[in-house]
Design a protein around this ligand. Structure first.
Ligand code: AMP
Length: 548
């Protein structure tokens, strides 16, 4: 028997229309580095998005599912692009401005981008790539920055403000199939070629609803969210769409991502929520320890992208700011879990739940696969690879991407689950604790050592700023951990002391014998520890390694 319910497609267009009318008074505030930030209401942002759609269609001829790329910081114009491009039926392609130039070129060509909207401050990044981007016909420049490097460009150059000025604030939005492509984002490609994940209107709509659930970020129009996580990184964790659904005000840092301006914008604009990777919160903590600022407006902070060191969570607890741990990936839109503890627990009892990656929402089904391909129980101790499936989880990559060595069966199971490459345990009640990336886990004499556990334990030492642990070859054990540490200024701790400190929380056989002090942990384009660089440095003899 069929249902009697209406079958209305779930589209970004609906989110745009809803936000600009029902929540027309909510605001997008963009930091400018000057005395006053730029402020626009959702009604204005929605109106400008509609004008942008008109300009893209009438002047630039963007039609059907053509790709319109953005090379932009988090700001109002980028939100306008987020809403306009999918709503007109085209595909928004966010470009990661921290990728090496050759990867950017590869990605633009693979996606066959026809138009790019670029921030003026990023022209120096784009201009040298242009001779290698034959599909690009139009460049639209938004915001301040020297335009002269574009003088020789084969593509036509437009000014964003001029392009949208005097255009109608209505558009004949097409009736879209909710399963069609809305946005395209490539994984950072630490191994092999980057892989494109194509989000549908439906996946974005459902994911936004999940982001807004109390079990996830749970914000309303009384909140302001500081969106530090870049719009080029998994759609800023879904926030630009989720905010338009429920009228959450947005505070956008533009290019001012350093700890000092972040502290200043928090103190002045008083956001109630923020979202960013742990390295941002480490940096902010050091900043406000050196120069105290009032960050108490932030009631809840969503932290993810890599494991949150428990010591960091404790430090923010002392400041009255609750870090809420979340796990996800480009392939999962990204919200996969969030760590709200179950009801009825004391703060001490809540702690293990808070430092876990959190529990799965209804839209994310999970299973753990053991080393022999067997299904593992959710007993909190059996460790295996996490597989997930659900309406906002990728089932394939775009256009056969992934390079010659890429085998789809390495990422997708025969029965349609995404193989995450993350290793962990699931406790009864569905709380996930990740112990490692499958490729980072240290295989010592047939036992697994979690590099993340060693790092977290080391980063709890008062003189350690950062620590990264990698597997290195060992004649006797196959692999053993190498601990690389970044010491705080004026630190006096030696390797023996650090090892003793580790022994308080880690089994003896897991303690690293090899140690090196480094100036900074190498980071990927999205701010995660880049362990392959450390492994390479070790292999090349570029690290000053001591035995302890
Ligand atoms: P990306 O697609 O670049 O966002 O990377 C996704 C990967 O980041 C995941 O597969 C995890 O390995 C890692 N990751 C994301 N969130 C967390 C977290 N809360 N704890 C540990 N690792 C995480």
């Amino acid at each position: 028997m069929l249902s009697t319910m209406q079958d209305i497609p779930l589209t970004v267009t609906k989110i745009l229309r809803h936000g600009m009318t029902i929540h027309g008074k909510s605001q997008v505030t963009t930091w400018t580095g000057e005395s006053e930030p730029q402020r626009r209401t959702f009604a204005e942002v929605g109106g400008r998005a509609t004008q942008l759609a008109n300009a893209l269609r009438d002047q630039l001829g963007v039609d059907a599912d053509q790709r319109v790329a953005t090379l932009m910081w988090n700001n109002s114009e980028h939100v306008e692009a987020y809403l306009a491009i999918p709503s007109m039926g085209a595909v928004l392609h966010t470009l990661n401005l921290r990728l090496p130039p050759e990867q950017l070129v590869w990605i633009v060509n693979h996606a066959a981008d026809r138009v790019v909207i670029v921030n003026g401050s990023l022209i120096p990044l784009l201009a040298p790539l242009l001779p290698h981007l034959p599909t690009l016909e139009h460049i639209v420049v938004a915001g301040q920055g020297d335009r002269s490097p574009l003088a020789e460009a084969a593509a036509q150059v437009h000014e964003y403000e001029e392009l949208i000025a005097d255009r109608p604030t209505t558009f004949d939005w097409p009736e879209l199939d909710e399963r069609t492509a809305a946005a395209l984002c490539y994984t950072s490609g630490t191994t092999g070629d980057p892989k494109g994940v194509v989000y549908s209107h439906r996946s974005i709509y459902l994911h936004s609803m999940q982001v807004n659930m109390t079990e996830a970020m749970g914000l309303t129009d009384r909140d302001t969210t500081l969106v530090v996580v870049p719009q080029f990184h998994v759609n800023a964790w879904g926030l630009p769409h989720a905010t338009f659904m429920t009228g959450i005000n947005m505070l956008m840092p533009d290019r001012f991502l350093q700890p000092a301006p972040l502290a200043e914008m928090i103190e002045k604009e008083r956001p109630t929520h923020a979202a960013a990777v742990p390295t941002i919160w480490q940096g902010l903590l050091a900043e406000i320890t050196a120069k105290p600022r009032d960050i108490s407006s932030m009631k809840q902070v969503t932290i993810g992208g890599s494991a949150c060191p428990p010591a960091l969570m404790e430090a923010y607890d002392r400041l009255g700011v609750r870090l809420c741990h979340a796990w996800g990936m480009t392939e999962t839109s990204p919200l996969g879990t969030m760590s709200h503890p179950p009801a009825g627990l004391t703060p001490e009892e809540e702690w293990p739940y808070r430092i876990s990656q959190g529990r799965f929402p209804v839209g994310v089904e999970a299973r753990l696969i053991g080393p022999a391909g067997d299904l593992l129980p959710w007993d909190g101790t059996s460790a295996g690879e996490l597989e997930v499936r659900g309406p906002w989880i990728a089932g394939a990559y775009y256009g056969g991407a992934g390079g010659e060595d890429f085998k789809p069966e390495d990422k997708f199971s025969e029965d349609g689950w995404l193989k995450t490459g993350d290793v962990g345990v699931i406790a009864p009640g569905g709380y996930l604790t990740l112990t490692d990336r499958a490729k980072d886990v240290i295989k010592s004499g047939g036992e697994w050592i979690s590099s993340v556990e060693l790092e977290n334990a080391l980063m709890a030492h008062p003189e350690v700023a950062e620590a990264a642990v990698v597997a290195v070859p060992d004649e006797k054990w196959g692999e053993r951990p190498l601990a690389t540490v970044v010491l705080k200024e004026g630190a006096t701790a030696g390797y023996a002391e650090l090892k003793e400190f580790l022994a308080e929380s880690v089994p003896k056989w897991q303690l690293p014998e090899r140690w090196a002090v480094i100036a900074a942990v190498p980071k990927t384009s999205v701010g995660k520890f880049d362990k392959k660089v450390i492994r390479r440095q070790y292999a090349d003899g570029a690290l000053d390694v001591s035995e302890a």
